[in-house]
Design a protein around this ligand. Structure first.
Ligand SMILES: CC(=O)N[C@H]1[C@@H](OP(=O)(O)OP(=O)(O)OC[C@H]2O[C@@H](n3ccc(=O)[nH]c3=O)[C@H](O)[C@@H]2O)O[C@H](CO)[C@@H](O)[C@@H]1O[C@H](C)C(=O)N[C@@H](C)C(=O)N[C@H](CCC(=O)O)C(=O)O
Length: 494
């Protein structure tokens, strides 16, 4: 691409050196710089990308985008100084890839809990309707059934644009993106033109990064205030009317707002909800009438997720019956109140709940059919928001027996994580076991036929981060193996 054309999208403060005629790639990491490319310097949380400009030049960068003047050999390279290089990534990458989001229906899903489930439901319904859709979020980038890993729920702006470009090139009409508050604040979505913004809920999480719930909510609001860069297309904001933050979000967008809810009046409303161990039944009121729904997704929170997804697809012209026909066939989302299929006399659920609100929802989804003990394993990550830990344990206290453990301890000690959790316990029926594998085995060892066990915190993840290393880990595999050993003489299922 002509370099003058490419950089015309940047609000440059100063330009040093001579621009090359063309550039062929963009990089934000000096280790992946290609010949004749642009390198963008990012001030990170661990290192400063400006310190790697020389390394990038040695690997072939011809343009450096930085936030300050750099001492470089300006006979070899040009340097463009901007006030915010993080934002520059999205601007350059979207231009480089030809603004791919403008040619697709872009659906962004934000909120503390439910992003992955709503995105998964949307993706599955679209696939069922034979629409070519792609999905990116916590579980990675799903393109035509192939899953690619990603380090973040919302990837950096370069990778985001690359994924949209790839989805468009492979014929996808729709792209569903999980949008994290970090992603919004750190401009990872700069240059993405969303058509639909969905808000699930706002509850306690990530206060180590955002500071206050107000700032956390404002961060989520960026998806709604930025909706509609391309004024040629209809845009839709979809909010959960049962969540107080929705009123604030409504004020942040100039586009039509659609509501869904269970308790408050809404355009899409769930009522007469019956939670069962293998399905959820309810009635959905919609602008086209009331429809009975029976879905494989478990728990009241999945009624919210189904309502959000249905609303979004309705705004895109799909009829309610065709949406619901597909909704009813969707298998449970992996790691989201996923009931493990096994021959054991206990019910094992794997869930991603790692916030107080999600724990409350996971527990309340099984209470209607609980006949015996409920064992709840709760773990929190190290080096992250400590303030939520006691509140998570407090919510978990509703269970008959609680196992306090870790999810990704990172560099923090077991003792420090467990002592924070312990402060929130409301009863003494609990154990503290830092090692997660031992904690999972303990849950099985104290279980009896008819019990329900929820393993919360890891969900779909198949690893555990201890120190800086990722180790293979699966709550489900450990639990089923331990269960087979324990119950081998009484294999009947509850
Ligand atoms: C705090 C945070 O958001 N950190 C993100 C950040 O990492 P960082 O600041 O440590 O980056 P860094 O290592 O200091 O590097 C700075 C720059 O120097 C460059 N560099 C570095 C080394 C080198 O040799 N050469 C070089 O050029 C790097 O490529 C980078 O551009 O940039 C990385 C690349 O984009 C992200 O993967 C990383 O997310 C980390 C893994 C993370 O844990 N983030 C969490 C807090 C997060 O973003 N979570 C949200 C929310 C999830 C949810 O809703 O629950 C998410 O969207 O994932």
């Amino acid at each position: 691409m002509q370099s003058t054309d490419l950089i015309s999208c940047l609000p440059a403060k100063e330009i040093y050196g001579i621009l090359p005629k063309e550039v062929f790639a963009i990089a934000v990491d000096s280790r992946s710089v290609q010949l004749e490319s642009v390198f963008i310097c990012i001030r990170g949380y661990t290192v400063d990308g400006h310190d790697y400009a020389m390394q990038a030049i040695e690997s072939g960068a011809k343009i450096i985008v930085s936030e300050k003047y750099l001492e470089l050999d300006y006979t070899r390279v040009a340097c463009i100084v901007v006030s915010d290089t993080t934002r520059a990534i999205g601007l350059l990458a979207s231009k480089f890839y030809g603004y791919p989001s403008k040619d697709m229906t872009m659906i962004g899903v934000t909120g503390t809990n439910g992003k992955t489930s709503v995105s998964g439901i949307l993706h599955n319904i679209l696939l069922g309707l034979k629409e070519n859709s792609s999905l990116t979020g916590t579980i990675g980038f799903n393109l035509n059934g192939q899953l690619y890993d990603s380090a973040n729920t919302t990837s950096d702006a370069l990778n985001t644009q690359l994924m949209i470009h790839r989805a468009k090139s492979e014929g996808c009409k729709t792209m569903i993106m999980e949008v994290s508050s970090h992603g919004l604040v750190l401009s990872r979505l700069a240059g993405v033109d969303f058509d639909v913004a969905i808000f699930t809920n706002l509850t306690h999480d990530h206060l180590d990064f955002h500071g206050t719930m107000e700032q956390y909510g404002q961060a989520k609001g960026l998806l709604f205030s930025q909706l509609g860069q391309d004024l040629q297309r209809a845009k839709h904001a979809i909010v959960n009317a049962d969540d107080l933050w929705s009123e604030r979000l409504k004020e942040m967008t100039c586009y039509p707002v659609w509501t869904y809810a269970i308790h408050q009046p809404a355009q899409f409303q769930g009522s007469n909800i019956q939670l069962q161990s293998n399905c959820t039944q309810f009635e959905m009121s919609t602008p086209e009438g009331i429809f009975p729904v029976r879905m494989n997704l478990l728990g009241e929170f999945n009624v919210y997720n189904a309502l959000a997804a249905t609303t979004a697809l309705y705004t895109q012209g799909y009829s309610i019956p065709e949406i619901l026909e597909q909704l009813e066939q969707i298998p449970p989302v992996k790691g989201r109140m996923e009931r493990l299929d096994n021959e054991l006399p206990i019910s094992i659920f794997i869930d991603y709940a790692h916030t107080p609100d999600a724990i409350e929802k996971a527990i309340s989804s099984v209470l209607p059919y609980k006949t015996n003990k409920l064992i709840f394993l709760v773990g929190t990550g190290g080096n992250r928001d400590r303030s939520k830990r006691p509140v998570m344990a407090l919510k978990a206290s509703v269970a008959d027996y609680v196992i306090l453990t870790t999810d990704d301890p990172r560099d923090e000690s077991y003792e420090s994580i467990l002592s924070d959790l312990e402060k929130g316990m409301l009863h003494k029926n609990y154990a503290c076991i830092g090692d997660r594998e031992a904690a999972v085995k303990h849950a099985i060892s104290i279980s009896e036929p008819g019990d329900i066990i929820i393993f919360a915190g890891k969900g779909h993840e198949d690893y555990q981060i201890i120190g800086r290393t990722k180790y293979p880990h699966s709550d489900g595999d450990i639990a089923v193996l331990a269960g087979k050993v324990k119950f081998q003489d009484s294999p009947s299922r509850s």
